[in-house]
Design a protein around this ligand. Structure first.
Ligand code: GLC
Length: 557
């Protein structure tokens, strides 16, 4: 990376799902004190920044994505002072801090929504949200056919007869972004946190803010389905994905909001940055979020949704680099986050099933944990060798699998209830992190804490703790640590270009200047290593000059 390029062009950003990262005060829920205590770990891992899931005051209907006060820290996570101390200490460790911002909706406990409820139909207070009369003679039908991402209708009726929109849970009413007060308030919130030292924001549901003014019914479902499935599809077909004009997702008008946000970020010294959680039909549509006057980066969910398939992955990589490059933005790569099945478990199936965004990932067949782990190791080396930035979801560096057998009684994700108990939701990737020790809570909470972690940890995680893996050269943790340090030091890695090299089917091999080659074998046969001088790092030992199936290697050439 050139010395003058802004840090976010090739940053490795570690996602801290705060509830589950580290519990400093022994109440079984992760908090700011816990994050502060683990900064040395993050520094030694070698990440550039942390993205922290929402830490604001919240009734926790969706674990913080229902914000009641954007300027306050929820007491379960700590205090505003602790947040400022964390930002300062992280900076001292050379780690930047990016909180989550949730602009699409507030909590139903937010002062604005409470005022809207009290003021009644027709009041100016209701204009900050999306209130409408119902359809049908007595208004008993919802205003349109929109559905909540968590299941059921996207509308809830109040006793006074009006309906309000919530694209997620009923406790998450959607804001009306046509309203100048909504825009002004969020610009102020950004300034509030920027002036407290945060380095940027992850923007929740960035593609959802603007709704069609007439709130029309949904378009008929078209095939190939919007956003999906990439895996097992012909890459050419993937390239043909169409953008469908949608009444509430990815509307062109949303970019005007982010042009203003960019100006707000630019008011502050240093390189502040935004990363968009934007689900777009095509890579072109995604690139529109990161034009020079818009946001800085966006998650590359095509990469995350892609199956373990060389052709598909290559198509996603090519399309991402081409479309983002065309607007001058860096690519980002991500394998897991707090909303999806952990990739050790996705890859640990013989067939890595198709994935449709907005629908639960349905694993195909029994889990082969060794296979999933081997592929996850290879995928990490692929991701960290590609041009641009990367996201690591807490625990992926420990090789944690999805906890697929949480008892129903402990499930907390609103999806479980909203889906009428048909979709278990996202708790399985949110189980608290094992740090040390042989039994739960594995150092997640302080020693001798009597309160159990908010989700139970599996009894067989003793060998997966950070302590157990530290210093063990074959562990996932040491693979990540070594890769991150090599990536930081190697002049070919990070921002820049790549060139595909000729390889047999099922093998991905690319070169980066100067003198670096990455090869990943997604086929079922061993293949000779490309010519090289040194093996810098491999996901498993390479012998006899052969790269075995489901392995990856970094070479000096
Ligand atoms: C985003 C978040 C998810 C949350 C939803 C509603 O998709 O990643 O966790 O439930 O937005 O805010």
């Amino acid at each position: 990376m050139s010395q003058t390029a802004p840090w976010w062009r090739d940053a490795v950003i570690y996602q801290v799902y705060i509830r589950s990262f580290a519990d400093g005060n022994g109440d079984g829920v992760g908090d700011i004190a816990g994050i502060r205590s683990r900064l040395p770990y993050l520094k030694s891992l070698g990440v550039d920044a942390i993205w922290i899931n929402p830490w604001y005051k919240s009734p926790m209907a969706d674990h913080g994505y229902d914000v009641a006060d954007y300027r306050a820290i929820d007491p379960v996570f700590g205090t505003p002072d602790e947040a400022e101390q964390l930002i300062e200490e992280a900076h001292r460790h050379g780690i930047r801090v990016i909180p989550d911002i949730v602009p699409n909706h507030t909590s139903d406990q937010h002062a604005w929504f409470q005022a809207a409820l009290a003021a009644g139909p027709g009041s100016p207070e209701r204009l900050r949200y999306v209130f409408r009369p119902g359809r049908g003679p007595d208004g008993a039908q919802p205003p349109n056919d929109w559905v909540s991402c968590f299941g059921g209708p996207a509308w809830t009726r109040l006793p006074d007869g009006e309906w309000y929109l919530h694209l997620f849970a009923p406790q998450q009413p959607d804001l009306n972004w046509q309203h100048p007060e909504v825009r002004g308030e969020f610009e102020d919130i950004l300034r509030f946190w920027f002036s407290r030292g945060v380095d940027g924001f992850r923007i929740d549901v960035a593609h959802g803010l603007v709704k069609h003014p007439e709130l029309p019914d949904l378009p008929p479902r078209t095939e190939p389905a919007v956003l999906g499935p990439l895996s097992r599809r012909d890459p050419a077909e993937h390239r043909c994905r169409q953008h469908v004009d949608h009444p509430h997702w990815d509307r062109d008008e949303v970019h005007e909001i982010y042009r203003t946000w960019r100006k707000v970020a630019d008011e502050f010294p240093g390189d502040r940055c935004f990363v968009a959680e934007a689900w777009a039909d095509t890579p072109e549509r995604l690139a529109a979020y990161v034009r020079p006057d818009g946001l800085h980066t966006a998650f590359n969910f095509d990469f995350l949704m892609c199956g373990w398939d060389a052709k598909d992955l290559r198509a996603v990589i090519d399309d991402s680099l081409a479309m983002l490059g065309a607007v001058g933005a860096p690519a980002t790569w991500v394998l897991s986050n707090h909303d999806v099945m952990r990739h050790v478990s996705r890859y640990g199936r013989r067939t890595v099933t198709r994935w449709t965004a907005g629908e639960p990932y349905v694993p195909d067949g029994p889990l082969d944990l060794d296979l999933g782990t081997r592929r996850a190791r290879a995928a990490a080396l692929l991701m960290l060798a590609l041009p641009g930035g990367a996201y690591i979801y807490q625990g992926e560096e420990l090789g944690l699998p999805e906890v697929e057998n949480l008892p129903e009684a402990v499930l907390q994700d609103p999806i479980w209830e909203r889906s009428g108990h048909t979709d278990r939701g996202r708790d399985g990737c949110r189980v608290p992190i094992p740090w040390s020790g042989r039994t739960a809570p594995y150092g997640f909470s302080p020693d001798h804490t009597s309160t159990a972690p908010w989700l139970p940890q599996p009894p067989d995680w003793a060998d997966r703790t950070a302590t157990a893996q530290t210093g063990n050269a074959t562990s996932m943790l040491e693979l990540y640590r070594t890769a991150l340090h090599l990536r930081r030091d190697h002049p070919a890695l990070g921002d820049g270009d790549m060139t595909w090299l000729e390889t047999p089917d099922g093998v991905l091999t690319f070169a980066r200047d100067p003198g670096f080659v990455c090869a990943v074998n997604l086929s079922t046969d061993p293949h000779p290593l490309p010519p090289h001088t040194t093996v810098l790092l491999s996901s498993a030992p390479v012998t006899d000059g052969l790269l075995p199936p489901d392995e990856a290697v970094w070479l000096e050439v």
